[in-house]
Design a binder for this molecule. Structure first.
Ligand code: GDP
Ligand code: MG
Length: 720
């Protein structure tokens, strides 16, 4: 089966074209670097099947970042029959810089001239036939988000693969002084078939002139005895060019490439009308303003939380039987009915009843009842992503981040982890750190990204806020959002200062033009993310809940036994039913474990029941909601009285708003879930960092929770 590789700058529209070519859907993020792994799909043309690979987006093909290496190796190792380079027509010069490097590699190439709609709006008139003639390869104009031109692109690709049209690009020229040197070096390389024939002598020559470490390694490995003389010839050539041009050789080559790109631009582009100030530029003077930018950012996030809570939990707009419900209330109501329906089982099969009602319905239902909230949150975040605002957020926060020892590019990892609002995931966040060139920047980002509010923490907050701060939902979330950034930035500062010292690397943030999000793709994208949440609740969360339920149910507390400990909830001497239920829970494996931790955790305001939930949360943060649900449900003595989880929490005498706040902060900061820990271990390459991440996060979380609880108690905020 023929293989097509899609290369291009980040945000050029690779993924959009890939989706249209293959008919699959996948995330379309509007910030550079979200696609760190190659995605694959199958395109069909005239009954033929063609494999399509979406390479990571890069600006260049040096060996500095992992993405560049992935993309480059894929192309040179002949992983594909044809490369499709997606170039952003509205930003042609910069995009051609990459195209030229692919041309240097001598791979069969077709250019997808994408975003021609944007280019047109900006007043750029592009002659794609002229461009095709200049480069010697097919050029197809496309509009990636709408799929325009995709059929033609595929047709040209198939013809190219079949050898019907010429697709080998013309050799790139760097000006005669450099060209001469490249030619001489290439001749030497041609004598070594393992190198020359396989990788293209000119490409190797240029890379040697750029002092590319990977290629030097390759030469050492493959050229055998010839290796040293080739490298020596390269050193001589570099010296000659540097003396001639008075600048570092790699700089000279980069400049010549830009010159080549600028030349091509001049040839095939005309500007229509006067150079107008673009709408994007006009918006950006306000949105990216040094002072207004941060204010607008906070306002946007506040509006996001306000809208999300209004629509999903506060505003009762669903008519159902006897009245009006908000979406979250409506789902909760369904699960309460379901729970009440199992009450008939209690006398006959108490264990089955407890499993169904306490573990499955109260536990998993608790997590699922937040689906409407998650959906609305994801919807608005997707809209912000697709509009292009996220790149501006990165731009605005860049300076702040640098002050705290983080790289501007780290922001992307933070945003993927949930840094914009709440709802994201630290697992792809940690993986997104691959776009950072410096190992130290990567490590620091990896260690602080899990502090962001991921989609799993959201239901925990939502539940506690509903129970204790129902009047201040959006404000509370805004506070937690700001808090997560403060913790992450301070932690980054300390890590940079004391643990992972080193210089920060500078980074230029590009600002892609604003796009109007397309409703259909917004819904698709939102649904994909929500479905992941639902699936997780129905599988792994369910399994953990059942396990924890068993630990809370066994061993059974003997009916006749006297209470072995005196509990807060069981002070009355007469053994009431409530007391018995609490005793049974305290007697279970999980109860004993929770009580063992209580002497320590009490300083943070967590009793033994909260401890059970927090230990469960190590596996996945959603479990906290489920386990608290199960804990409360097992101690519940008024069966049949339908009551939501937050309602039960609010009425529990052992809880108050100060404890709830300390708990939310603890949940925000403490150890990443185990999937995330495994990813940190994989990405950092050592267990030591994974363990460090777990321990230091939990330590910070505990200190913060103690400070909040003890400080709040001193101020008289307890018991409210
Ligand atoms: P990638 O980073 O190269 O994979 O780029 P994406 O496919 O994720 O596209 C980035 C953004 O540009 C998305 O919001 C797309 O909807 C949008 N986009 C892609 N192609 C076009 C196009 O031809 N015209 C316009 N106006 N927007 C596009
Ligand atoms: Mg992409």
């Amino acid at each position: 089966m023929a293989v097509i590789a899609i290369a291009g700058n980040p945000n050029a529209g690779k993924t959009s074209l890939f989706n249209h070519l293959t008919g699959t859907t996948q995330s379309v993020g509007n910030y550079p670097g979200v696609t760190v792994e190659c995605k694959e799909g199958i395109a069909r043309y005239d009954g033929r099947r063609i494999r399509v690979v979406d390479l990571p987006g890069t600006y260049s093909l040096t060996a500095y970042s992992q993405e560049e290496l992935v993309a480059r190796n894929f192309i040179i190792e002949n992983g594909s029959d044809l490369v499709v380079d997606v170039v952003d027509a509205s930003n042609l010069e910069r995009n051609l810089y990459l195209a030229i490097q692919i041309m240097e590699m001598g791979a069969p190439l077709v250019l997808a001239l994408n975003m021609v709609d944007v280019a047109k709006r900006r007043g750029f008139n592009l002659d794609h036939e002229k461009l095709s003639e200049l480069l010697g390869i097919p050029v197809v104009p496309t509009v990636g988000n709408r799929g325009t031109g995709v059929k033609e692109l595929l047709r040209q690709c198939v013809e190219a693969i079949d050898g019907q049209v010429p697709v080998l690009p013309r050799p790139v020229t760097y000006g005669h002084e450099v060209d001469d040197v490249v030619d001489t070096l290439a001749e030497t390389l041609e004598a070594v078939p393992e190198l020359g024939a396989r990788y293209g002598p000119r490409w190797i020559a240029v890379k040697l002139l750029e002092e590319d470490a990977e290629v030097e390694k390759l030469v050492r490995e493959l050229a055998g005895e010839e290796a040293e003389s080739i490298l020596e010839a390269a050193r001589q050539a570099i010296y000659a060019i540097e003396r001639h041009c008075g600048d570092a050789c790699s700089t000279v080559i980069a400049e010549r490439r830009y010159g080549y790109a600028a030349g091509i631009m001049q040839e095939c582009m005309t500007l229509t009308g006067e150079a107008r100030q673009l709408a994007t530029d006009r918006i950006d003077t306000v949105v990216c303003n040094r002072f207004l930018g941060p204010v607008i950012l906070v306002a946007v996030v506040a509006a996001l939380f306000f809208a999300v809570f209004r629509i999903s939990t506060e505003w009762a707009w669903i008519p159902w039987l006897d009245g009006w419900y908000s979406p979250v209330e409506w789902v909760e109501w369904q699960f309460e009915q379901l729970r009440a329906a199992t009450d008939g089982l209690e006398p006959g099969a108490p264990m089955l009843h407890s499993l169904l009602s306490d573990a499955l319905i109260a536990g998993v239902g608790g997590v699922l009842s937040f689906v409407p909230l998650i959906f609305t949150m994801f919807f608005f975040i997707s809209a912000l992503e697709d509009s292009g605002y996220i790149a501006r957020v990165a731009f605005i926060l860049d300076r702040v981040l640098q002050t705290f020892g983080l790289q501007g590019k780290s922001i992307l990892a933070m945003i993927v982890s949930g840094g914009l609002g709440a709802g994201g995931c630290a697992v792809p966040g940690v993986m997104a750190t691959r776009t950072l060139r410096e190992e130290k920047d990567r490590l620091i980002t990896m260690l602080v990204a899990p502090f962001m509010n991921c989609g799993a923490k959201l239901p925990v907050y939502a539940m506690l806020i509903a129970a204790f701060f129902p009047q201040h939902r959006a404000r509370m979330m805004l506070l937690l959002w700001a808090f997560s950034w403060v913790v992450a930035l301070c932690a980054a500062w300390v890590l940079r200062k004391f643990v992972i010292r080193g210089e920060q690397t500078p980074f230029v943030m590009e600002l892609p033009p604003y796009h109007m999000p397309i409703l259909r793709s917004l819904f698709l994208h939102t649904w994909e993310r929500t479905w992941v949440y639902i699936k997780k609740a129905g599988t792994i969360i369910l399994a953990i809940n059942v396990l924890l339920w068993a630990l809370m149910y066994f061993p059974r507390f003997p009916e006749t036994a006297q209470p072995e400990v005196s509990l807060q909830t069981a002070e009355a001497p007469a053994a009431t039913e409530a007391e018995r239920a609490a005793q049974a829970l305290a007697h279970s494996f999980a109860g004993r474990f929770g009580r063992t931790l209580e002497p320590v955790t009490q300083y943070a305001g967590f009793d033994w029941r909260t401890n059970i939930a927090l230990v469960g949360g190590f596996m996945a943060k959603e479990v906290i909601v489920g386990t608290l649900g199960t804990v409360l449900a097992m101690g519940d003595v008024s069966p049949g009285q339908a009551e939501s989880l937050s309602g039960r929490l609010a009425q529990d005498p052992a809880w108050d708003s100060l404890k709830a706040f300390a708990l939310m902060v603890f949940v925000m900061v403490y150890a990443p879930c185990f999937v995330c820990i495994a990813v940190i271990r994989r990405e950092s390459g050592s267990w030591a960092w994974a363990v460090f991440s777990t321990v230091y996060s939990t330590a910070i979380a505990f200190v913060l929770a103690v400070l909040i609880y003890q400080g709040g108690s001193l101020l008289g905020l307890g018991g409210l």
